[in-house]
Design a binder for this molecule. Structure first.
Ligand SMILES: Nc1ncnc2c1ncn2[C@@H]1O[C@H](COP(=O)(O)OP(=O)(O)OP(=O)(O)O)[C@@H](O)[C@H]1O
Ligand SMILES: [Mg+2]
Length: 369
């Protein structure tokens, strides 16, 4: 089986690097310091959370993951909390059910339901009941931890909470702020600007409440070594060069690295000559993502396209020459760059440096368009 998985969070045993991040998370958990992990999409947040929770469990602590990916209602949030808390070993049979029964709720096949008289039909709880359930359920990790245990609660796609109800962060904070010495919270999110808004806006309840942790690109040398070791015949002529070529084309982007490695493995495994395998893997990968790249391109305004094309070519995106070539005022280009950086979906500034396209395959697609 192809060892390069690029569509799901990675098995912790397959993780490349992330030692510093795992160390930082472990130290924060030991000190009961809450952490917020924000990065662009597909940079390995869920993978890192999984590896951290695994390490915590192996060290004898309790750990659970609450996944708020695309929750739409307060009821969805309550359901996901139930799913997450079930992973805690201290939550034996009946504990969650007992808690919910006090609120008149049961756990049905599709999520929380109102406990009603037999044969009176079932209905979903209203927003207020779901809110009460969330408050009550979130007390459970701290109760479990009363005997000096450490409980680690990771909440993934935390920013989606605001889609369900833009005051839910206040409710959550009112519960978790009293648990700080018993429960270590880890908030991860995909939309960096939204995560910033949740934690860095003075008006929001979680303002300044969690230590930020970034996910940098994967380190090139180690990535080449680890990827090469998993190729069908790592010592065969040309395989090391082909591996180095795709790792460089992926520019440290974790998901793009695995996607390219997957296709390189596939080609080599089917007997393709190593000499042009990297270029062929790149073409297959570009084919696979071309719909997505096309959709991204279409979603951009004219000045944003000019900027992304310049970034793909390695040209400064707000130069006077570029502005006059396209007949766009420089100030318009400058504002568009700031907007793209703020949005953090396609463009980012690494460590205060110049803006860059986040997805190396999008950059290649734009160049070859
Ligand atoms: N440390 C790593 N080493 C190797 N590959 C990684 C690593 N982290 C992530 N990946 C690759 O990136 C892919 C996406 O990872 P993951 O799902 O954890 O990212 P995410 O940031 O949670 O993504 P999303 O924004 O879609 O939720 C994985 O399938 C894997 O191929
Ligand atoms: Mg994820």
């Amino acid at each position: 089986m192809n060892p390069f998985q690029y569509q799901r969070p990675l098995d912790p045993a397959r993780l490349i690097d992330r030692r510093e991040e795992l160390d930082a998370l472990q130290r924060a958990a030991a000190d009961r310091v809450a952490v917020r992990l924000a990065s662009p999409r597909r940079f390995g947040k869920t993978t890192l959370l999984g590896a951290h929770l695994d390490a915590m469990r192996q060290a004898g602590h309790h750990a659970c993951l609450i996944d708020l990916d695309r929750v739409a209602t307060v009821g969805d949030v309550a359901d996901r909390i139930v799913d997450g808390l079930r992973q805690l070993p201290g939550i034996g049979p009946g504990i969650l059910e007992g808690r919910l029964a006090r609120l008149g709720l049961t756990i049905g096949p599709t999520g929380l339901q109102l406990q009603v008289a037999p044969r009176a039909g079932r209905s979903a709880p209203g927003a207020d009941q779901s809110r009460a359930a969330i408050r009550d359920l979130m007390e459970l990790p701290a109760e479990l931890a009363q005997h000096g245990d450490l409980v680690v609660v990771a909440i993934d796609e935390f920013q989606d909470l605001l889609t369900a109800d833009d005051r839910l962060d206040g409710l959550l904070r009112s519960v978790v702020q009293h648990q700080r010495d018993r429960v270590a919270y880890l908030f991860a999110g995909s939309a960096p600007s939204l995560m910033r808004m949740l934690f860095a806006d003075r008006q929001r309840p979680f303002f300044g409440q969690a230590r930020p942790l970034d996910l940098p690109p994967l380190p090139a040398e180690e990535t080449v070594r680890e990827v090469l070791a998993l190729m069908p015949d790592p010592d065969a002529a040309g395989v090391a060069e082909a591996t180095a070529r795709i790792v460089s084309a992926a520019g440290g982007h974790p998901q793009r690295t695995m996607l390219l490695a997957h296709h390189l493995y596939d080609l080599l495994d089917r007997g393709a000559p190593a000499v042009d395998a990297a270029e062929r893997a790149l073409r297959v990968a570009l084919d696979e993502v071309s719909d997505v790249c096309d959709a991204v391109w279409r979603s951009l305004h004219r000045s944003e396209r000019v900027i992304c094309a310049a970034l793909a070519d390695g040209i400064p995106p707000t130069s006077t020459a570029l502005a006059s070539e396209h007949g766009i005022p420089r100030s318009t280009l400058q504002r568009a760059v700031e907007r793209l950086v703020e949005d953090a979906q396609h463009v980012a500034r690494t460590a205060g440096g110049p803006p860059q396209l986040l997805d190396p395959l999008l950059a290649t697609w734009i160049r070859r368009r």
